[in-house]
Design a protein. Structure first.
Ligand code: 5CA
Ligand code: ZN
Length: 409
């Protein structure tokens, strides 16, 4: 599937700014510790994409901005970044929404994905090298399920194919949850623990046999459609291989989604880990409830943009929060971000200012310490409020703010 156009990323070395900062350290959900990422020359990252309806709300944007910072910091450290993202363009929630709104599910997906692309471009989020839809990935998904089946790691229940949790000895290592803690989350997030006939209530669907009125595809195990988790196992395996550097998403993906995506990949390949770090962004709420499609309490990037809000102010409003925090969106936050943006824009128009190098060091230290964007913004506030005689500083700060925070002044 087509990705979106990439924002230009200034090379700070072109502006006489000193070499790389410290290694990027991130909180890894599997070890529940902040640890250094240690990518090779090409840093590899998989971030779960949208289920394309009700895109792009601020919760989505908050999560994709977090991983945009990861990619920008890795580039600043001299790595290339191989970034892969999916779009779940066939799945129960999408089909239900299409049904409820009387539109064809393919049209709904296409329309919402296009809106998502324009929102990501407006927010200057660097696009993935591979943007892969579940539908276009069905051949690789079927191939992976066939492999699991041949290894005896699946079982049939009324034509549906399940993955037994016993198939991967490391099941549970991503979330660190007990089975008792998993069950309610599994039920809440697309699982079917109460279905009779399952070997274990937590076993996950790999392939759903054709239901009347629903789209289906041929496979050696009958007509049907893929389960959710296997989609991200297959796409990440195809484009990144095993033990890629970061698997990312919002914290509501830790279990069951990233847990099973890892277990399916580990069981299918016999290798581990699926990802070397599992990184999760906090939840954005509105009116006291997590912003979510099912609740309909959504603030859309596109609505803010059409009402004249500068996307860079939206970006700054989101970056004002630590990426792992759960927080509540309120309108005054957008006003504060708009004011900060104009303050910074005025500051880089000055003929001279305080030197940029110390600010770059503060920003690099902040971002490589588990993406402490609020500290990076505070460093720029301090620079904007100070005077100085350095004639190169304004242009250097403009480039630093763009390259590392993605904010165009
Ligand atoms: N309120 C929210 N705050 C922060 N992140 C959110 C919020 N709602 C959804 N997300 C994140 O946005 C991303 C897309 O969510 S989604 O549209 O529901 N789609 C999916 O979760 C699947 N397509 C992943 S394969 C996920 O990483 C999810 O965790
Ligand atoms: Zn996913």
């Amino acid at each position: 599937m087509r990705s979106w156009s990439a924002p230009r990323i200034p090379r700070l070395s072109d502006l006489g700014l000193a070499g790389p900062g410290p290694a990027l350290r991130l909180f890894d959900s599997a070890t529940r510790t902040v640890k250094a990422t240690d990518p090779g020359p090409v840093a590899r990252m998989y971030v779960c994409g949208i289920t394309p309806y009700d895109a792009t709300h601020l919760g989505h944007a908050n999560t994709y901005l977090a991983f945009d910072l990861v990619g920008r910091v890795w580039r600043d450290l001299g790595h290339e970044v191989l970034y892969v993202q999916n779009a779940t363009d066939v799945d129960d929630p999408l089909l239900e929404r299409a049904e409820a709104t009387g539109v064809d599910w393919r049209d709904l997906a296409e329309r919402e994905i296009e809106l998502f692309r324009t929102d990501m471009e407006a927010l200057r989020v660097v696009p993935p090298a591979h943007y892969v839809g579940a539908v276009e990935a069905i051949p690789m998904i079927v191939e992976m399920i066939e492999g699991l089946k041949e290894s005896g790691l699946t079982y049939d229940l009324d034509g549906d194919l399940y993955f037994p949790v016993t198939a991967d000895a490391r099941f549970g290592e991503v979330s660190g949850l007990t089975a008792a803690e998993m069950l309610p989350l599994f039920a809440e997030r697309g699982g079917d623990p109460a279905r009779t006939g399952k070997k274990d209530p937590l076993d996950a669907l790999l392939w759903l046999a054709e239901r009347p009125g629903e789209p289906s595809w041929d496979s050696p195990f009958g007509k049907g459609r893929p389960g959710w988790h296997i989609e991200c196992s297959a796409i990440s395996l195809r484009h990144l291989g095993m033990s890629f550097d970061v698997e990312g998403g919002g914290s509501d993906l830790t279990f069951p989604h990233h847990e099973f995506s890892a277990s399916h990949a580990q069981a299918a390949t016999g290798e581990h880990p699926h990802a070397r770090a599992y990184v999760h962004a906090g939840m954005v709420a509105l009116d006291g409830e997590k912003m979510s499609k099912s609740r309909g309490n959504l603030v859309f990037v596109s609505r803010l943009r059409t009402s004249g809000t500068d996307p860079m102010a939206i970006r700054l409003a989101l970056l004002a929060h630590h990426y792992r925090a759960d927080w509540e969106w309120t309108a005054p936050q957008l006003d504060a971000a708009t004011e900060r943006l104009s303050r910074w824009r005025a500051a880089v128009e000055r003929p001279t200012a305080a030197p940029a190098a110390p600010v770059l060091a503060e920003i690099r230290t902040a971002l490589t310490t588990d993406l402490d964007a609020p500290a990076a913004l505070a460093a720029l506030d301090r620079w904007a409020a100070a005077d100085g005689a350095d004639a190169e500083a304004p242009a250097q700060i403009r480039a630093i703010t763009d390259a590392l925070l993605g904010v165009e002044l």
